[in-house]
Design a binder for this molecule. Structure first.
Ligand SMILES: [Zn+2]
Length: 82
């Protein structure tokens, strides 16, 4: 999900979500987008990163945990189809 780069916040950016992410509830897609947008300012998962994410999305920890659970379900579904 995280690919550090040299993006500048003034530069238009594109965010491409893997197909499986599009199956997630909107609130979790919002978390992924917010997470990646904060990486435009702070590349690492430093304390500053989490502080900025908290300012943008106060319930990020709940969403992060829900995303982890949802991702496990998505992977399980793909494996179950094989
Ligand atoms: Zn990240």
């Amino acid at each position: 999900m995280c690919v550090p780069g040299d993006a500048d916040i003034e530069t238009p950016v594109s965010l491409i979500l893997a197909g499986k992410f599009c199956q997630l509830p909107v609130r979790l897609i919002d978390y992924v987008i917010a997470h990646e947008m904060i990486h435009l300012k702070e590349h690492s998962h430093s304390p500053a990163f989490w502080r900025m994410l908290g300012e943008a999305m106060p319930d990020w920890e709940v969403r992060k945990n829900d995303l982890a659970a949802a991702q496990a379900e998505l992977v399980w579904s793909v494996e179950g189809e094989a």
